[in-house]
Design a binder for this molecule. Sequence first.
Ligand code: PEP
Ligand code: MG
Length: 760
Amino acid sequence: MLTKLKEIVQEIGQIPVLDEALACVAHRLVEVMNISCCSIYLADYQNKVFELVATDGLSADSVGKVSIGFSEGLIGFVGQKGEPINVPDAQTHWRYKHIPEVEEEAYHGFLGTPIIHQRQVLGVITIQDKQTRKFGEEEEAFLVTLAAQMALEIANAEVRGVIRVNEPRHLGKKRQSVIFGVPGSPGLNIGLGLVPEDRIQLKDYVLQRSDDISEDIAVYREAVLATKDDIQELTERIAGTVPQDVASIFQLYEQLLDANSLGNEVESKILEGWNAPSALKLVVEGYRNQFAMMSDPYMKERAIDVEDLGGRVFAYLVNDKVVPEVDVDSIILVAETVTAAMLAEYPMEKLKGIISLRGSGNSHTAIMARAMGIPAVMGLSDVPLAVFNRYPILIDGYSGTIRVNPEEAELKRFKRLIVEEQELERIIAQYADLCAITRDGEPLELLINAGLSADLDASYLALGDGIGLYRTEIPFMQKERFPSEQEQVNLYRTMLKAYPNKSVTMRTLDVGGDKPLPYLSYEEDNPFLGWRGIRLTLDHPEIFIVQVRAMLRASIGFSNLRIMLPMITSVSEVKESKRLINQAFSEVQDEWLAEGEVLKRPEIGVMIEVPATVYQIPALAEQVDFFSVGTNDLIQYLLAVDRNNPRVSSIYNNLHPAVLAVLKQIIDQANAVDTPVTLCGELGADPAAIILLLAMGYRKLSVNGHNLAKVKWVVSQIDIVEAQRILDDVLKQPDSLEIGEILNLELENMGLGGLVRAGK
Ligand code: PEP
Ligand code: MG
């Protein structure tokens, strides 16, 4: 059964028109399950009906014509209950509704299952039998499994380029598609989607109708000619150097390209109304599927040839595509994973947005985007890159929404929102040079998270009270080997020099998780629970010692270095780290001090980011000089939710009662043992959280430079006594939903409503 299931799912994934794919499912299910009838209905939320879109067994004429209300008949009942309904005789069931057009009088046994994606009913699939009988448990389980698989295919159909037949909004080339991802970095922007290196493949292409059929035919013929020339050249180049059977593949290519072969078929698809790349995709994928299903291994292999050939022609078709008339100075960078290196390739002033198919709101890509103040949307792993490439895009980093090819009215609305946002930024900017101080005069130490990009940090340095977190791993990630001690010394010295009179907290290497080193590759099933941060560097003391030596050497002549250890779980790790730091200290003292120079012993601290450390604060305090709360990881480990996984991003909740309880416990315990605490996770820049943190007693926050002014503005509107009243109220709430509502209301009352609206 599993094989059958896989086959069916694979087949539907390969058919580019959704209605045809669903018809194929209905047909295959009748065959595989040996039943009389299978039908599929899709939900139409606008009209609140389930539309019959495919059947094998009911009247074929009723497809596309019959709809059943959400609260009507057995279909509506399945949708309402959200679970399978298995009845021996549908016609005697109290919810049965007779619809003469479908001609189902002969059927009695009925099993219907909802097709659900992310808690939303997308449709219903039914099987029916002529006999009066209840379907067996196995049959029910099979249908439920298939429905779950189909849900994914249907939910992502449009963005994957699979479309409904005759759907009016698909008929014009300039259709708008709205794609929902995970918010990565707030902000609104307009730009042209750009996928680096044009890594678009035929399989990813989104089907589109033709604007000009004769133009598409001409373009296609040109692309074929160019491909033929390439193949001719290849044939000549390899003649005599490869065996004949390899050379004969190129002959096959030439034959396939002939007008009588692929050519005519592609052209007739264009005449049906598809544009050239779509027509090519439909024909090539049709052939590919036919070959792939053949049992003769030789013929099976030909599927690869057809695909390869299609890819060659496709490259000519899309590379010559005219860039639409949008401002190409405004780039929305799109990639599987947007990396720091990729960002460096584009001038900052042109980069207007980031779309990273992988990752989530707390991935380092998103943190980097926030540090740069560029809107970002993450977590669209089922969407092909081609959907975005060279199309005008509206990116909304607050809600995680992307509009590709926006309609005129939407573009206007968006431009208005951008103006409102700029107005808010203007207000915030007035606070940039001020000190962080509450309305009732309580000062706050506001530090900077640095290290994601050296040139970024420089402009913010004057506005903060020091560096609260210097992430050292980025320079390690950008190289092809570990940076040498001297290279590290130069880098760290620049940081220490920039802030001679303020503290600079350097974190030792925290690679692993979503920050792998390209030159230290290893596979782990759960990288965030694996060989990360201090776990890796304690296993490699040679890396750790070189890094600490570099920090210490860089600090000669300064007194502002603090060293911080990431991913600490136990006191023994701190002791071992301190032993190595002491060793490095003695070495630097012996080897590098000139006459009269002194090496100041740096303060040492640990990140509180593994929940275990929350229960170890007194013992840890005996070992270290300070704590820094890394809420990005603390929340992920406390709530058991991968900070990088978009599927569970809604569970990653800054305001979860457990998160608040832990944060309060940390500050209370640290105060009790007189050990200073900074909070350096992204939570420190969340306006709602700032109210609570101040009330709890946090007085040192470290945030990315781009957020400094915003945080200063928020802090300036808070009255500590008021904040404590809010905290008391919030701590009594059972769930983050209620907590969010209370805090949004309070932000409105404080005159910070603009931030709440922007955050929606
Ligand atoms: C954290 O975990 O909160 C933190 C500041 O470190 P990073 O985001 O680099 O893991
Ligand atoms: Mg961390």
